[in-house]
Design a protein around this ligand. Structure first.
Ligand code: NAG
Ligand code: NAG
Length: 342
C-alpha cells in the first residue's frame, strides 16, 4: 500500500519523486467523499480547501493539483474557490463492474509545500441499468405428451447494477399452461424455469406466446423482457376418424369386376407419420371377404367377383383405419345388390 501510494505520485524528475517519498509519512491526511455515479461534468463533489483546513488562497498560490494514476481525469480541482468537481462522467459499472464497493483514490499535491493529501471518493450505484436478456426471443419445443410438472430452463437476465438496483426477480405473462419457478445459484444469481402446469394439445393450440419479465429493486423499478415461443410437438394422441360411421352403396348385380364401388376416408389430426392412415377390411368368415377388396392406401372398395343378387342381396363389412403408430378406429360398409332381372 505504502509503495503503491509513492509510485502513484512518482513523476519525473526522479529527484523530486525521491523527496516526496520521504516526506509522505509526515503529511498523510485523508478525506473521503461519497457521490452517486453518472453526475454531470462540473458537478460539485466537496470543498477540498475547507475539508483539509486550508485557506483557498493557499491552494491557488502554492500550486495545488490532482495527481492520479489513471488516464481518465474523473475529478478536477478549482483552485480559485477550493472546490472538487466532476471532471468526467463516472460510470460505476465501467469502473468497478459487480463489486459492491467502488472507490476512486487520488492525491492532492501542494507543490510548493511538498505536501500530499490522499482523497478517496466512493461511487454509489444508481439504478441506471434495467435487467436485460441477451436473447430477445427464446424458442422452446415441447411435446404434447410431456407430463405436467416438467421443467424447462429459461434464459437469465443480467443487470450490471449492484444490490437492490440489480436483478430481483422474474414474472411470466398470464397463460393457461405454464408457471414460473425462480431458483438461486451460488452468488445469488437467479435463473428462471418454465413449469408445465397443464398438458399441451397440439391439435388445440400448436404455438404458445409467452412474455418473461425480469425486474430490479431500484427506485423506480426497471425491467426487461424476452419473448418465449413454445412450439408444441406432435405426439400420436389422435386416432383416425372416419368421415362417416356407415358407408352405403347400391350396386346393380351386373357391375363389372374391378369396379370401384365407394371410397372410405378417415382423417387424423396428428402430424407426419402419426397422421398417415391405412385401411383394412376386418376379416369375417364367409364369402363376402372373397368378393370385395379394399385398397389400403386410397380406401377404394373394388369388386373381385361378379355380384349375384340371388346369392346375397346385402353385404355388411367392417373397415378399419390405422395410423402410422397403430391407433385404430372402425366404420361399417353396406353394399346392397340391386336385382337386374337376370
Ligand atoms: C467554485 O466554482 C465553480 C465554477 O468554476 C462552481 O461550479 C462551484 O459551485 C464553486 N464552488 C463553490 C463552493 O462556490
Ligand atoms: C377425406 O376427408 C377430408 C375431410 O372431409 C377431406 O379433406 C379429404 O380430401 C378427403 N380425402 C379423400 C381422399 O377424399
Amino acid at each position: 500500500m505504502f509503495t503503491e501510494q509513492k509510485r502513484r505520485i512518482c513523476m519525473p524528475p526522479v529527484l523530486f519523486c525521491f523527496l516526496l517519498g520521504s516526506l509522505w509519512e509526515t503529511s498523510a491526511a485523508q478525506i473521503r467523499y461519497s457521490i452517486p455515479e453518472e453526475m454531470e461534468k462540473g458537478s460539485f463533489v466537496g470543498n477540498i480547501a475547507s475539508d483539509l483546513g486550508l485557506e483557498v488562497r493557499v491552494l491557488s498560490q502554492l500550486g495545488a493539483r490532482i495527481v492520479s494514476r489513471g488516464k481518465k481525469q474523473h475529478f478536477a480541482l478549482n483552485v480559485r474557490n477550493g472546490s472538487l468537481v466532476i471532471g468526467e462522467r463516472i460510470d460505476r459499472e465501467e469502473l468497478c463492474a459487480q463489486s459492491t464497493q467502488c472507490l476512486l483514490n487520488f492525491n492532492v499535491l501542494i507543490e510548493d509545500k511538498l505536501k500530499i493529501y490522499s482523497v478517496e471518493v466512493e461511487i454509489i450505484d444508481i439504478n441506471d441499468n434495467p435487467p436485460h436478456f441477451l436473447l430477445e426471443e427464446l424458442e422452446l419445443k415441447i411435446s404434447e405428451t410431456t407430463a405436467p410438472g416438467t421443467q424447462h430452463l429459461l434464459e437469465n437476465a443480467y443487470d450490471p447494477d449492484v444490490g437492490l438496483n440489480s436483478l430481483q426477480g422474474y414474472e411470466l405473462s398470464p397463460n393457461r399452461h405454464f408457471s414460473l419457478q425462480v431458483h438461486s445459484r451460488a452468488k445469488g444469481v437467479k435463473y428462471p424455469e418454465l413449469v408445465l402446469e397443464r398438458a399441451l394439445d397440439r391439435e388445440d393450440e400448436s404455438i404458445h406466446h409467452l412474455m418473461l419479465t425480469a425486474w430490479d429493486g431500484g427506485e423506480p423499478i426497471r425491467s426487461g423482457t424476452a419473448r418465449i415461443l413454445v412450439t408444441v410437438l406432435d405426439g400420436n394422441d389422435n386416432a383416425p376418424v372416419f368421415t362417416q360411421p356407415i358407408y352405403t352403396v347400391n350396386v346393380p348385380e351386373n357391375v363389372l369386376q374391378g369396379t370401384t364401388l365407394l371410397t372410405v376416408n378417415a382423417t387424423d389430426a396428428d402430424e407426419g407419420i402419426n397422421s398417415q392412415v391405412r385401411y383394412f377390411l376386418v376379416k369375417i368368415p364367409g364369402k363376402t371377404s372373397q368378393i370385395f377388396q379394399l385398397n389400403s392406401v386410397t380406401g377404394e372398395l373394388l369388386t373381385l367377383q361378379n355380384l349375384d343378387y340371388e346369392e346375397a342381396e346385402f353385404h355388411e363389412m367392417e373397415v378399419e383405419a390405422q395410423d402410422g403408430l397403430g391407433l385404430r378406429s372402425r366404420a361399417k360398409i353396406h353394399v346392397t345388390v340391386v336385382d337386374m332381372n337376370d
